[in-house]
Design a protein around this ligand. Structure first.
Ligand SMILES: Cc1cc2nc3c(=O)[nH]c(=O)nc-3n(C[C@H](O)[C@H](O)[C@H](O)COP(=O)(O)O)c2cc1C
Length: 214
C-alpha cells in the first residue's frame, strides 16, 4: 500500500496557509489512492532537539564502536530517518521564516541528513540514499516576488534550499505548490489563489502519477 509522510511546520494551527495547501494535496492524493496510508508529524509540536556534540560523534562512529551513550544521542535521528525512508512520498508544509525555513523544520533536517544513512560520499561525489520517490512542498510566503525572477528572489533561501536538499538526498521528483503574498492579499484574493492552486494540484499530480508512485 502506498505511504505518505506529511510534515507540517507552521506553529499556526488555525488559518495556516501552508497547512491549507498541504490539506489540498493530501485530499487529492486520498481521492486518487483509497489505500493511501498517511503518517502525519507536526514538527512545530515535536520539539526536536538541536543536534548535540555526542550526536555528531555518533553520526561519524562505526556501528561496532557505538557506545550506549552514542546510541542514545543518535536515537532521535535513527527514528526520524527510519520514518522518512519507509515513506513512498513526502509532503512538507512550511512558511517562509526570515527568508528560510522555520527552526522546527531545520531541526528535523539536521537530524535526518546523515552520512551513510541518507547520503554517502566516496571521496569524489555525493549520493543520495533516501528512497522516497516523490516530495511535494506546500509553501507560503508573507510577501510577493520571491520566485520567477522577482525582486526578492535573491533573498529566497527557503524554496531553493528545500528543493536542493531533497535532490541531494536522492529524491527525484519534487513538486512545489506555493502561495506568495499572504500578508498583503485580501481574503478574497487568497481564496482565489487557493482555488487556482487546487486546480493546479489536481492537474500536476495527475500527470505525475505516470512517473512516481502516489
Ligand atoms: C517569525 C516570522 C518570520 C517571517 N518571515 C518572513 C519572511 O522572511 N518573508 C516573508 O515573505 N514572509 C515572512 N513571514 C510571513 C509568513 O511567511 C507568512 O505569514 C506565511 O503565510 C505563514 O505561513 P502559515 O500561514 O502557514 O503560518 C514571517 C512570519 C513570521 C511569523
Amino acid at each position: 500500500m502506498p505511504t505518505l509522510l506529511r510534515l507540517d511546520s507552521s506553529p499556526r494551527e488555525e488559518g495556516s496557509h501552508s497547512r491549507a495547501i498541504a490539506d489540498l494535496v493530501e485530499q487529492h492524493l486520498q481521492s486518487t489512492h483509497s489505500d493511501l496510508i498517511v503518517t502525519r508529524r507536526d514538527l512545530s509540536m515535536m520539539a526536536i532537539p538541536p543536534i548535540a556534540n555526542e550526536t555528531i560523534t555518533g553520526f561519524y562512529t562505526p556501528e561496532e564502536a557505538m557506545t550506549p551513550a552514542l546510541k542514545e544521542a543518535t536515537s532521535r535521528s535513527d527514528e526520524l530517518i527510519a520514518q522518512l525512508k519507509s515513506a513512498d512520498s513526502l509532503l512538507i508544509s512550511a512558511p517562509m521564516y526570515n527568508f528560510s525555513v522555520p527552526s522546527s523544520l531545520k531541526a528535523w533536517i539536521d537530524q535526518i541528513v546523515r552520512i551513510n544513512e541518507t547520503f554517502s560520499f566516496d571521496g569524489a561525489s555525493f549520493k543520495g540514499l533516501v528512497p522516497v520517490k516523490r516530495a511535494i512542498l506546500a509553501l507560503s510566503y508573507g510577501a510577493q516576488g520571491y520566485t520567477d525572477g522577482g525582486g526578492l528572489a535573491p533573498m529566497n533561501f527557503f524554496e531553493p534550499y528545500l528543493v536542493s536538499l531533497l535532490t541531494f538526498l536522492g529524491v527525484e521528483h519534487i513538486e512545489v505548490f506555493r502561495l506568495e503574498g499572504t500578508s498583503g492579499l485580501s481574503p478574497d484574493s487568497i481564496a482565489d489563489e487557493k482555488a487556482k492552486l487546487s486546480a493546479a494540484i489536481t492537474q500536476t499530480l495527475q500527470v505525475l502519477e505516470e512517473v512516481a508512485t502516489v
